[in-house]
Design a protein around this ligand. Structure first.
Ligand code: GTP
Ligand code: MG
Length: 195
């Protein structure tokens, strides 16, 4: 899909963000271990552009990946990781808030939720927060390979209802492992590149 994917920088503060040119940015938000980094690798078609782990809490900084010299995918630390200290949770929360605030380059926030489970309180809060910030949102349900086909529709409905998903916001059921429905993700992302 994309020819060139480059890791640019791991940032923890605004003055470290690389995008002075004002290229389009896409950010991937969600609970720790929901599959944000895996999703970035899947859409970039790279095995280990972003580091992934079976254990939650792997991504600890805002990681900027420049794709085809034209736009950025931004991986961020997950929220809702219970063993994290309160201090760390605040620190990561503020890091993400600082990123989302007044970010004119941000063309789409992808909110990742686990397709298997009812969205957590944190998921609901994050969706509300993004709406409050007027950020464009697409919900990505991850790991759908772990759900039987007959249950997919039920889970999709359950997630939409719990998040109180706005009519204009899209939700896409995906699997990074099986590369399911990534075409629908490209259909959202591609028209926003270079704007
Ligand atoms: P943090 O960096 O800790 O916030 O986590 P993350 O959201 O980046 O999750 P990560 O991509 O590291 O993936 C967490 C675990 O979920 C890993 O063991 C992945 O292999 C697994 N995983 C991710 N996507 C899928 C998927 O589509 N299907 C299945 N079965 N497992 C997946
Ligand atoms: Mg990660």
């Amino acid at each position: 899909m994309f020819d060139k994917c480059e890791y640019i920088i791991s940032a923890v503060r605004k003055d470290q963000y690389p995008n002075f040119q004002g290229y389009s940015e896409f950010v991937f938000l969600g609970r720790s271990n929901v599959g944000k980094s895996s999703f970035i690798n899947a859409i970039a078609k790279r095995k280990s552009l972003a580091y992934t782990s079976g254990k939650p809490g792997k991504t600890q900084t805002l990681n900027f990946y420049l794709i085809d010299g034209a736009f950025y995918l931004v991986d961020v630390p997950g929220y809702g990781y219970a063993s994290r200290s309160i201090k760390d949770r605040l620190y990561f929360g503020e890091m993400i808030e600082e990123y989302l605030e007044h970010n004119l380059n941000l063309k789409m926030a992808f909110l990742l939720v686990d397709a298997r489970h009812e969205p957590s309180q944190d998921d609901k809060l994050m969706y509300k927060y993004l709406k409050h910030m007027n950020a464009p949102v697409t919900v990505i349900a991850t790991k759908m390979d772990k759900i039987g086909k007959t249950h997919l529709q039920k889970h999709e409905k359950m997630i939409k209802k719990a998040l109180e998903l706005a009519e204009n916001d899209k939700m896409i059921m995906t699997s990074s492992e099986k590369r399911t429905n990534l075409d629908s993700v490209y259909a959202v992302l591609t028209p926003l590149i270079g704007r």
